[in-house]
Design a protein around this ligand. Structure first.
Ligand code: SF4
Length: 346
């Protein structure tokens, strides 16, 4: 969380990803669309860590995959260092992938079990034809292994010989091999034991500082991102509902959905204390048929008639917070939802 500038490295504007729903064995007619991401705009500042948080199916991973161009957007703009990259293809897309890399959620399935760790980490060098002198690639890979806390002598071992945490370190080494400017970590610790999670998070934090990386950190709850992120974006059903500096978001959430997510954060405070656990009623509606106007109105404890008639714009609510809500939480309502530990901190 150092070295942040206000210059955006990434600018996302009205980004949309709809996946067609098709019926019919032969004609495959399109009968609808899953609106995974439906008009999302935000910036990622150079050197910052931006968290993107929301329940499964909210569009956070789809957004991240579009930014690194592993998925083509249906519509909208993605600017990287000021240049629109949304339509890049072929060699220019390959060149772009030197600048931006992704760490995946599952360290078990994201590594080829038939390749040695040395060749997995060397993959980006092979793809881009780098470090071709004899012994050079091995030397570079072993330096990367050392950097992420792996024993360089394990160069010829296979992924199954490593623990979950070590496998995620292999993924991190591969992702930083080309010294990218942007790293996108898609729930990088959610498949790991709690005892290992902190080690991987510390590794990412350290690398971000040392390399001046810009980091997008995807998570499904707010507890993991709190100490990682300069700012946090909260998504619900394909929309951005709140974007705020971490301190503001954790001290005074404005959107009722953020309040509900915060109230669900587990807190190790046996003394208890009073907190309204705002458990969300019902399931997340289908992104193929999302509610009209405010998409959260079917589950929101503050919903009024206007919420189902008029979509709330993402607007400045003060303190650096943007939120999309007609009736944002008051300070009193927000504090009632905060976990005790956060109340004390605040
Ligand atoms: Fe709730 Fe209405 Fe705000 Fe939507 S606009 S979050 S339904 S209060």
């Amino acid at each position: 969380m150092t070295g942040t500038t206000t210059t955006p490295l990434v600018e996302v504007r009205d980004l949309v990803k709809h996946f067609p729903i098709k019926r019919g064995v032969i004609l495959q007619r399109q009968v609808g669309a899953v609106k995974a991401v439906d008009g999302v705009s935000f910036d990622v500042r150079s050197g910052e860590t931006l968290g993107i948080v929301g329940e499964t199916g909210c569009g956070k991973s789809t957004t991240a995959r579009m930014i690194v161009r592993l998925l083509d957007p249906t519509a909208g703009e993605i600017r990287f260092e000021g240049e629109d990259i949304a339509q890049r293809k072929g060699a220019s897309l390959k060149a772009l992938h030197r600048e931006m890399q992704m760490i995946f959620q599952d360290p078990y399935s994201s590594l080829n079990p038939r390749k040695t760790v040395g060749s997995i980490i060397a993959d980006p060098f092979a793809i881009h034809g780098l470090h071709t002198l004899p012994g050079e690639r091995k030397q570079r890979v072993q330096a990367l292994m050392d950097r992420v806390g792996l024993n360089p002598e394990h160069y010829n071992r296979y992924p199954h010989e490593f623990s979950g945490g070590q496998r995620q370190r292999i993924g991190v080494a591969r992702a930083i091999a080309l010294e990218p400017k942007l790293l996108v970590a898609d729930e990088p610790v959610s498949a790991l034991d709690v005892s290992i999670q902190a080690q991987v998070l510390n590794l990412l934090r350290g690398l971000q500082r040392e390399m001046g990386l810009t980091l997008i950190f995807i998570a499904h709850d707010l507890s993991v991102v709190r100490h990682m992120c300069d700012r946090v974006a909260v998504m619900y059903l394909g929309k951005l509902v709140e974007l705020a500096p971490s301190d503001a978001l954790y001290g005074f959430p404005r959107h009722p959905y953020t309040g509900a997510l915060l109230s669900a954060v587990p807190v190790a405070d046996p003394a208890g204390g009073h907190r309204e656990r705002q458990l969300l009623s019902g399931d997340v509606p289908s992104p193929a048929n999302p509610p009209q106007a405010c998409r959260f109105h079917t589950r929101c404890p503050k919903a009024e008639d206007r919420c189902s008639q008029q979509e709330p714009p993402l607007a400045d609510k003060g303190g650096g917070t943007l939120a999309a809500c007609h009736f944002p939480l008051s300070e009193e309502e927000a504090r009632a939802r905060l976990p005790v530990a956060l109340k004390k901190a605040g």
